[in-house]
Design a protein around this ligand. Structure first.
Ligand SMILES: [Zn+2]
Length: 336
């Protein structure tokens, strides 16, 4: 079965040669992606705040992680162009096809890679370089990561906590949503606080996408979506890519990899029960978070699909979760 995964941080965690040739450790590289049957994924460009490379989430009980500081646009741009460049090196090596159009998503000779900015600090506050990023291949962005920037306010990591943690999008953030709609760039609501989410929901003409989030009803982490948000996403024909990160899926919010795959299945079930199987997909956070040992790395993806079948989902439904829902929503969001 073809698999599309909605979020990985492999561009932050290794060099192109390591990805293409295989490496020890990490969650993914080309040989393991091929072994897993991964057909495509969203490859995030992430810029860490200075001194904040190691984000420590709770190992049990309640926790609250202080918001990382904002990053200057010039610094973020310098870093992001290097990370994005790794994806173009991989494209030149023939390891991936950077998906710039819906037709690209339907090619099967290589992994199709969607370029994503996780936090839009690399976009100029006046959006003057947004078109440049689009022409390079950018087809998805989150206005914020979990920190404030010129466009809005990310949700701090906390458990137990809702996502209603501050003001919504700035005027620049609202303009960013409009321009992304016009160009055909997905606006990803994962990492936005709740007011920012509702601002995107009000403004955006595209299906709402949460690329790597869980259901707050099952794990009361600030990064997760409450039922009202999930319902809103379903109402636009969008999707939730269910995250695999231990602290965002476990009921106790702990960063503990002794987490059965049934925990992830429960999030798929909850979202499908509320808004339908057409609106739930995968959003691992490979190479960006601790994931269940039962998954291990990207090669564990087929085990999750088996677990969905074992839980009673039909093969047709699992194929939607695995590939077709992302395919539909990206196709509906892009302009070419
Ligand atoms: Zn993330």
């Amino acid at each position: 079965m073809r698999i599309f995964d909605g979020h990985n941080d492999v561009l932050t965690s290794c060099e192109p040669q390591e990805f293409a040739g295989g490496r020890d450790g990490g969650h993914m590289d080309l040989p393991r992606c091929e072994a897993a049957g991964l057909g495509g994924g969203i490859f995030a460009v992430f810029v860490a705040s200075p001194g904040d490379e190691h984000l420590t989430l709770g190992t049990g009980g309640s926790y609250e992680v202080e918001l990382p500081p904002a990053i200057e646009h010039a610094d973020a741009l310098a870093s992001a162009t290097v990370s994005a460049g790794k994806l173009f090196v991989l494209e030149a090596m023939g390891a991936v096809r950077v998906a710039r159009s819906t037709a690209d998503l339907d090619t099967t000779d290589r992994i199709v890679a969607v370029l994503h900015l996780e936090g839009a600090e690399a976009i100029a506050p006046d959006l003057a370089n947004l078109e440049t990023w689009y022409e390079a291949g950018l087809r998805s962005l989150g206005p914020v990561w979990s920190r404030p920037n010129h466009f809005g306010h990310g949700v701090p990591f906390a458990f137990p906590s809702g996502a209603d943690t501050g003001p919504g999008l700035t005027s620049a953030g609202r303009e960013l949503v409009r321009r992304c709609n016009d160009l055909g760039i997905v606006v990803d609501v994962s990492h936005l606080n709740e007011q920012g989410f509702w601002d995107v929901a009000t403004l955006s003409k595209a299906p709402l996408v949460a690329s790597h989030s869980g259901a707050h009803a099952l794990c009361a982490c600030s990064r997760n979506l409450n039922d009202e948000q999930i319902d809103a996403i379903g109402g636009t024909g969008g999707l939730v890519g269910v995250v695999f990160a231990n602290p965002f899926v476990r009921e106790d919010g702990a960063d503990d990899d002794d987490t059965p795959l049934s925990t992830i299945v429960a999030h798929v079930r909850h979202i499908a029960d509320r808004i339908g199987i057409d609106h739930v997909a995968l959003g691992s956070d490979f190479d960006g978070a601790g994931i269940p040992r039962a998954m291990g790395d990207v090669t564990g993806l087929p085990l999750l699909l088996d677990a969905l079948v074992d839980a009673g989902f039909s093969h047709e439904d699992v194929a939607k979760v695995a590939w077709w829902n992302w395919r539909r929503v990206l196709g509906a969001s892009w302009s070419e």
